[in-house]
Design a protein around this ligand. Structure first.
Ligand code: HEM
Length: 513
């Protein structure tokens, strides 16, 4: 990262792929086409006229959208110069299946890449090069919806340049994920205006994140610019469209207005999940336990209600008067012992809602903490400040819905697969997605816990120094915690890859002939 003192520049929304700003919620139909470059010149020719959707607001809003992202192998296959590819981040170049990172991310045993259906370049599979993400409202394209839009975009010229490797279908099951919990509630608010000073100490939890956390070419939460490919102004490609780098004189910025896109296909065993919850409830002889226990795993009830009280005090970056974000108006400060929401619950792991100082001290305590004189408490140093580890989630579900009740029936032969195409955007894969996945989801030492990984996502395989990874503790005020052990693996990784989602200008730079 490079320090800078330069003033923020205006954001050109028409240069940014729309998915950074919009979830395309009304476009309930979506498909992700994972493809390889078959013929580089033909692929570049198609890309030069690809109708990529941007992030500018339109009236009326569009009813279809196309987004495109490339892996490092894809950039190489397209003919992008090695000197440019080498400037992308280490983890992007190494890829999700790099053996040095699969152990840390829990991609071992049943999750190991050699069992994947796509995303792994071995055992007869090819490494993916590009993902084409298509979205549509059902009524779009004169009522033809996604099928019609896909036929229109993925045309004969596309087939000259690209070869389809895997079609990742999605299915809108009504705003819930396959286990049945409301999804898509909490997202960071992006500081598009770059008004907030990220370098100041943040005593309170806020939901606002620096633009540079989700887009390359802008200041991040450290007030710095994340490394990314820059080129001399003289090598600006034939169509010379790249923007200048804010922080390096004489350089054009290939990363600017682009970001990294992580995709993981996560298959969910919905029957196993609910059958396990019922087995636990029966042993405790309490019917309401099914709801309580499953909510403790997630950290929210099925309707999205958090397990801690929502508050009236404003949280920076959350509009308090907006009913739809009311479910997001909370921190875990009033639940320091995890009695309401277990420390190990999924949402508490992936967003502990802490600030730069443990417990968000006020008054004299705040001063003492800022001076570094506070007495260290048990959990104080265990959880890193969350503002450096936020991601924008854009995942979609796949497979047919299965209600918690229907999930109690044994699976019929050829039961359809269901799960989540988990997708997130971040400017720094290792500090954002991988930190969440490794240090908070898969780690058995999160927040002072032992012998437990994420109750939804853990793969339960023993790891060095920690033979048990299949526990879950439900803390209680004043009485011993309830400890579950032998949690089954509910979620299995079926594929995935790290992509770069370029700006519209950079797509043209890559596609120049
Ligand atoms: C099939 C797998 C998964 C399921 C079923 C799942 C389920 C959920 C649910 C029900 C919520 C609460 C609703 C919301 O706030 O939007 C949530 C929130 C979240 N999940 Fe997951 N999730 C999965 C995978 C992941 C993965 C792999 C990550 C990252 C490594 C992740 C990160 C997050 C984050 C950051 C939040 C928001 C937490 C907050 O800000 O309060 N999830 N997830």
């Amino acid at each position: 990262v490079i320090a800078t003192t330069s003033k923020p520049t205006q954001v050109d929304y028409s240069d940014i792929q729309g998915i950074v700003r919009f979830g395309y919620g009304k476009m309930t139909q979506a498909v992700y086409l994972v493809a390889c470059v078959k013929e580089a010149a033909a692929a570049r020719a198609w890309l030069r006229r690809a109708p990529v959707s941007n992030a500018a607001t339109m009236t009326p809003p569009p009813t279809t959208a196309l987004q495109i992202a490339f892996t490092a192998a894809g950039l190489e296959a397209l003919g992008v110069a090695p000197s440019i590819i080498d400037q992308f981040s280490h983890e992007f170049r190494g890829g999700m299946t790099d053996p040095s990172r699969t152990r840390r991310s829990g991609d071992v045993g049943e999750n190991a890449p050699n069992t994947w259906e796509w995303g792994w370049g071995n055992g007869g599979l090819k490494l993916p090069h590009v993902v084409f993400m298509l979205f549509a409202e059902p009524s779009a394209d004169n009522g033809g919806g996604l099928d019609s839009f896909t036929r229109r975009v993925i045309d004969d010229d596309w087939s000259k340049g690209f070869e389809l490797q895997r079609r990742l279908e999605t299915n809108d099951i009504g705003g819930i994920e396959p286990f049945g919990f409301t999804d898509g509630i909490s997202q960071p608010t992006i500081d598009w205006e770059q008004r907030r000073d990220p370098t100041a100490t943040h005593i309170d939890y806020g939901n606002l994140v620096a633009l540079g956390e989700v887009l390359l070419g802008y200041r991040n939460e450290y007030g710095k610019y994340t490394d990314r490919p820059l080129v001399d102004a003289s090598s600006n490609g034939k169509n010379g469209t790249l923007l200048a780098a804010d922080d390096a004189a004489g350089k054009k910025d290939i990363g600017r207005n682009g970001t990294y896109l992580v995709i993981r296909q996560l298959e969910q065993d919905v029957r196993k999940f609910w059958q396990y919850m019922h087995a636990q409830a029966e042993s405790s002889n309490d019917p309401a336990m099914v709801d309580r226990l499953s909510a403790a795993f997630v950290g929210r009830s099925r309707d999205g209600t958090p397990l801690v009280e929502t508050q009236d005090a404003a949280i920076e970056g959350i509009a308090i008067d907006d009913a739809s974000v009311r479910q997001n108006q909370f921190t875990f400060d009033d639940d320091p012992n995890g009695a309401r929401c277990p420390f190990g619950a999924h949402v508490r792991r992936v967003n502990p809602r802490n600030s730069d100082f443990f417990g968000q001290p006020t008054g004299v305590k705040k001063l003492v903490a800022m001076l570094g004189l506070s007495r260290r408490t048990f959990r104080e140093d265990l959880t890193s400040s969350v503002r450096f580890h936020r991601v924008v989630r854009r995942g979609r579900e796949y497979g047919p819905a299965l209600s918690p009740n229907d999930a109690l029936v044994p699976a019929p032969p050829n039961d359809e697969k269901r799960g989540l195409h988990f997708i997130c955007l971040n400017a720094n894969i290792s500090r954002q997605f991988e930190f969440l996945q490794n240090a908070w989801v898969m780690s058995t030492k999160f927040s002072g816990l032992t012998g437990a990984s994420d109750p939804l996502l853990g793969n339960r395989a023993p790891i060095t120094g920690c033979p048990a990874t299949d526990g879950f503790a439900i803390e209680a005020d004043g009485s011993p915690a309830r400890r579950l052990s032998g949690l089954p693996q509910f979620i299995t990784v079926r594929g995935g890859a790290y992509f770069f989602l370029p700006s519209l200008r950079t797509i043209q730079f890559f596609a120049a002939d």
